[in-house]
Design a protein around this ligand. Structure first.
Ligand SMILES: Cc1ncc(COP(=O)(O)O)c(C=O)c1O
Length: 417
């Protein structure tokens, strides 16, 4: 079990062996080989404390929130509210009212598109996204644009996979209503200069939505420092349960937005003639939420906070540098995404071998990577490839695991020689 006494703050080093012991799945063997889990951008593994927290909730605490006067319901409500405070502190949001529990990043972005978007975007207006988007930061805006006869504008990227800020600047104009960009690209690893992007949008009074799916497990995130207006992330990508996530929104904007879904909990009073809505954040949480998911997410946040996001970021940077160096020795391998500021995502193509074949052969060696378009088909077109293979790191990965990846890639080359 990780505790701060096993981690030296001076050296900023992680006790990775101890962290690994906290994740039961990492001890598994796959096809008779030790599991080397390098698919963390798809989803992260769960530490025992998160698993235990979910079990304890269902075994001892389960009740619906906000509805009962009985002890279990009051306790579940208090624990759910405490989870919201944990998230607020994690993101450094100003108030708890700004933290909406949703199903994940995808739902968070859809919520903004369907509420803020539908009330602020009209015919001829423009929404700015980028060439490196995940489909979940394209399609919700596309649907909105179709409905409103608005236009999607796309910030191009460089061959290295960085946003072209000069082009971004030129895209912003008096018709721009929303900018929505990823904090970290899931297919390239690029860490975008969010604060600068926000600064330029705010100069023109344009709000900025940030897709934080690939950031929160890998670096400290401070929504007030970024000064963004919305920030969405998924619990399952930060060692928490699936089906839960968070949308941060600036209170003044959330207050003025219409509700997203309608039903129980989001109302203040209902008659057949008229309904008035609940205060923030409940206005955006219709129906019974994923109570266990929010509580499990809070346990995951407590876990990464105890390890230290700064330390995690430093460690993963060292691992990324090592991985980049080692992959350079594999003949015919080309990294897709070589931005200067990059997270622990190593996506690549290998001459003459389809990424799916790479993924399948690596799997036989116990190495789990992802192969495909990574829900970024427009980005794949930009890169001129149908797909890539992607190894994505988390705090529990080791040099030895990178060595196993590289050894397996040499074997792939032999098979296809
Ligand atoms: C950058 C990015 N945005 C959004 C998503 C969607 O996340 P979720 O499926 O958890 O809603 C992902 C998931 O891979 C992602 O990597």
């Amino acid at each position: 079990m990780v505790n701060l006494t096993t981690v030296s703050p001076e050296s900023a080093r992680l006790d990775v062996a101890s962290i690994r012991e906290d994740f039961p799945i990492l001890g598994q063997r796959v096809h008779g080989k030790p599991l080397v889990y390098l698919d963390n951008a798809a989803t992260t593994q769960k530490p025992q404390v998160v698993i235990d927290r979910l079990v304890r909730y269902y075994a001892e605490e389960n009740a619906n929130i906000h509805r009962g006067v009985h002890a279990l319901s009051e306790q579940a409500t208090a624990t759910y509210d405490a989870a919201r405070e944990t998230v607020r502190s994690f993101l450094n949001a100003a108030t708890r009212q700004e933290i909406i529990f949703v199903r994940g990043t995808t739902e968070g972005i859809n919520l903004v598109a369907q509420t803020y978007g539908r009330t602020h975007v009209g015919p001829g207006d423009e929404i700015v996204i980028s060439e490196m988007e995940h489909h979940s930061n394209i399609v919700p805006w596309q649907i909105l644009c179709e409905e409103k006869h608005a236009r999607l504008r796309v910030i191009p990227i460089t061959d290295e996979g960085e946003l072209r800020l000069d082009a971004y600047e030129r895209l912003l104009n008096e018709r721009t209503r929303i900018v929505s960009i990823p904090h970290v690209s899931n297919a390239l690893g690029t860490i975008n200069p969010v604060a600068e992007i926000v600064r330029r949008a705010h100069q023109r009074g344009i709000p900025v939505v940030v897709d934080g799916a690939q950031a929160v497990a890998h670096m400290p995130v401070d929504v007030q420092a970024l000064n963004c207006d919305f920030y969405a992330f998924s619990s399952h990508k930060v060692f928490g349960p699936t089906g839960a996530g968070v949308l941060y929104g600036r209170a003044a904007l959330l207050d003025a937005m219409p509700p997203y879904q309608a039903g129980g909990d989001m109302i203040e009073s209902v008659t057949f003639e008229r309904t008035s809505y609940n205060e923030l954040p409940y206005k955006f949480e219709a129906g019974t939420p994923h109570i266990a998911g929010a509580i499990g997410l809070a346990a995951a946040i407590d876990y990464v906070t105890a390890v230290g996001l700064d330390r995690i970021a430093t460690y993963e940077q060292a691992m990324r540098a090592y991985g980049t160096e080692q992959l350079a020795d594999v003949p015919g391998l080309r990294l897709t995404g070589t931005a200067r500021d990059k997270a622990g995502i190593l996506a690549f193509v290998l001459d003459g071998v389809h990424p799916h074949d790479i993924g399948t052969i690596l799997d036989r060696a116990g190495v789990a990577v992802r192969a495909g378009h990574h829900c970024c088909q427009p980005l794949m077109s930009r890169l001129g490839v149908p797909a890539t293979a992607r190894a994505s790191l988390a705090m529990y990965n080791t040099r030895e695991e990178i060595d196993a990846l590289v050894a397996a890639l040499h074997y792939v080359r032999e098979v296809f020689a």
